[in-house]
Design a protein around this ligand. Sequence first.
Ligand code: 8DG
Length: 131
Amino acid sequence: MKKEINVVAAIIENEHNEILCALRSPEMSIPNMWEFPGGKVEKDEDIFSALKREIQEELDCTIDISNQFISNTHEYETFIVHLKSIKCKIIHGTPKTSEHSSLIWLKRENLPSLVWAPADVPIVEELMNEK
Ligand SMILES: Nc1nc2c([nH]c(=O)n2[C@H]2C[C@H](O)[C@@H](COP(=O)(O)OP(=O)(O)OP(=O)(O)O)O2)c(=O)[nH]1
């Protein structure tokens, strides 16, 4: 049986209506693909606390949760990811790369120009449909 993981991802929009996109590094699983920052929900942790913790660790930023966006389950070759996306705003700090190779802010219409982790594709499509 494939391992299943619960992952939360932050859709962070700035005052110019741009969304933060993060490039997974060559050392990470699913390397060199774009994702929304976030990570695995730990045992006994709720999704919002998990996301706040991950964003603090990964980007050195404090976020405020706005609302839950869509969820998607994707089966990769070796594991299954249950990915929940959550809209949020940065209330303190400027995103800094630590684990990722790159961070960029993109307007919605330009999101499809990136090569997204397969689990993220429905999220990107839904964001495109929004406006
Ligand atoms: N953070 C994040 N992870 C995603 C997204 N889409 C997607 O398929 N994933 C996958 C990649 C990872 O395998 C997993 C997230 O775990 P993680 O962020 O802790 O990744 P990690 O590199 O530390 O995982 P690992 O190598 O320690 O197994 O979910 C996304 O938009 N954001």
